[in-house]
Design a protein around this ligand. Structure first.
Ligand code: PM9
Length: 488
């Protein structure tokens, strides 16, 4: 898109703006430069390895980026989970830890923060998100139940299955199409939901599982209008809504940016409204809330809370710490307040948009539109010579590492695993490599290097060979599976 830069002075401050004509209406659009709302107080050194060293490292890791040693990684875009930079306030909170076995003041601070910001009355801390998923699934799912959701997530679906349930995908079709530019690809398709209801009846649907900013769809948001409609549908049929609120603040930001009527509301207000439309929530605090470890289960129903308290002592710890240290609960409470600030979210998603736009303008096939926590490469389009059972996304992530030392993650057939009933490989429509951006960690220069590295791999795409398993774990195989290159 042709664009030009204008430098002007406003109230004594020099402002650089980029102007371009929109492709839709032809009107002049002005894009102001922005900067991160923080400054850097401490740095961690990273090192670059040689291509020879990286080739040896990826073979040693069985072509699985989860099995690389982090010291062999240059820019780590494996995940945004537990890898964000905490603020000085959060670190100060760590020093305020009350490590009492029972009734830590940090727990009460966390509980009050969850209620104030997310509206849920009761909080049960857990060591991380999957701890909350385990308890919730055991509490609500019985053998033979169906759990509809706006696309699966690996650990969430596994806990549903372990509790005797079957996950049913009710997300709109656009979510499975990397090229669809639907602004709310996280939306629920009520046709699919009605069909499931007709098929199994409401007694066999304990809840609808709604993720905000759907991870496996490319970090794509659900709209408030769709969520409101779901609330009405669930009320009509006596079905609960359970919210996977791992990336709720990013979803709220997209609602503010894309949904009519929300442009004047703050991210904080929108987050509160989203949560208020749901009955209970599981949270991996390692993402939005920028702590290295932690999660919780939250709800409004007192009886459900009592039952959760009974289970949390079995799997996690007493209900006032649930697997977390007091200091970590304090850092989490502070992280929640920081995560919903508009300027934080503009910079957070702004950095992902920066990388997305660079790759898009270089012609790299991507999931559209830009998501909230990562840029997703369309591995099938980049490596058209590989069949899906040769795991193109796994192979592309390995090739990117060898090229540049950048660590990404496969989100395709390997992650999808095998069908729990038939044992057959699931072959999802989305075969993606996720370049996940940790919060407040990397600079735009790291994004520039990342974009250049992806383009270089794309130019050598025909050399990338498919992979086959040499070791396949029976569950969540993407974490620890090992591979070798196929002969052709
Ligand atoms: N997500 C991620 O990198 C961490 C490891 S799984 C590859 O995206 C959602 C939407 C998540 C999530 C973790 C969990 C589980 C639940 N829901 O990792 O147990 O993205 O804290 O949370 C990861 P925990």
């Amino acid at each position: 898109m042709p664009q030009f830069t204008v430098v002007s002075v406003h109230s004594g401050v020099t402002v650089t703006t980029v102007r371009f004509y929109s492709t839709t209406g032809g009107e002049l659009v002005e894009k102001r430069s922005w900067a991160e709302p923080y400054k850097i107080k401490m740095v961690e050194l990273i090192k670059m390895t040689t291509e020879e060293e990286r080739k040896a490292a990826i073979v040693e890791a069985g072509y699985n980026t989860f099995l690389l040693k982090s010291e062999d990684v240059y820019i780590d875009l494996l995940t945004d989970s537990g890898v964000g930079a905490m603020s000085d306030r959060q670190w100060a909170g760590i020093m305020m830890g009350d490590e009492a076995y029972a009734g830590s003041r940090n727990f009460y601070h966390l509980q009050k923060t969850v209620e104030d910001y997310y509206s849920y009355q009761y909080t049960v801390p857990t060591h991380q998100g999957r701890g909350a998923e385990n308890i919730l699934s055991q509490l609500l799912i019985k053998e033979g139940d169906c759990v509809p959701g706006n696309m699966y997530f690996t650990t969430t679906r596994l806990h549903q299955e372990l509790a005797g349930g079957t996950f049913v995908d009710v997300i709109i079709d656009e979510a499975h199409d990397p090229n669809s530019t639907h602004p709310f690809k996280g939306n629920v398709d009520f046709g699919k939901l009605d069909a499931l209801l007709k098929d199994v009846g409401s007694d066999r649907i304990p809840y609808v599982c709604i993720a905000t900013c759907v991870n496996m769809a490319g970090g794509q948001p659900i709209s408030m209008a769709n969520l409101r409609e779901l609330r009405v549908w669930c009320n009509q049929h006596g079905i609960l809504i359970v919210h996977d609120m791992t990336r709720v603040a990013e979803n709220a930001y997209f609602i503010q940016q894309r949904e009519a009527g929300y442009e004047a509301l703050s991210v904080q207000q929108i987050v509160h409204e989203i949560c208020g439309l749901t009955d209970a929530a599981t949270m991996s605090s390692k993402k939005d809330a920028m702590v290295n470890i932690g999660g919780f289960l939250a709800m409004n129903d007192e009886r459900l809370y009592e039952r959760a308290c009974e289970l949390v002592v079995v799997y996690e710890g007493l209900h006032t710490y649930g697997g977390m240290a007091g200091r970590d609960m304090e850092a989490l409470a502070i992280g929640i307040t920081e995560s919903v600030q508009d300027n934080h979210m503009q910079a957070r998603v702004g950095q992902i948009e920066y990388l997305w736009e660079k790759l898009e303008s270089a012609g790299v096939p991507l999931v559209r539109p830009c998501g909230g926590h990562a840029v997703f490469l369309d591995a099938r389009a980049i490596l058209p010579h590989l069949k899906q059972d040769q795991f193109p996304a796994q192979a592309l992530a390995a090739a990117l590492y060898v090229e540049s030392g950048i660590r990404a993650m496969e989100r395709g057939a390997v992650s999808a695993g095998r069908d729990s009933k038939t044992g057959q490989n699931r072959l999802p429509k989305l075969e993606l490599v996720r370049l996940t951006i940790p919060r407040r960690v990397y600079t735009q220069a790291h994004m520039d290097v990342t974009a250049e590295s992806v383009v270089r791999v794309m130019h050598r795409a025909s050399e990338v060979r498919g992979l086959r398993f040499t070791y396949e774990p029976s569950m969540l195989r993407f974490f620890q599976g090992r591979f070798e290159e196929c002969d052709s």
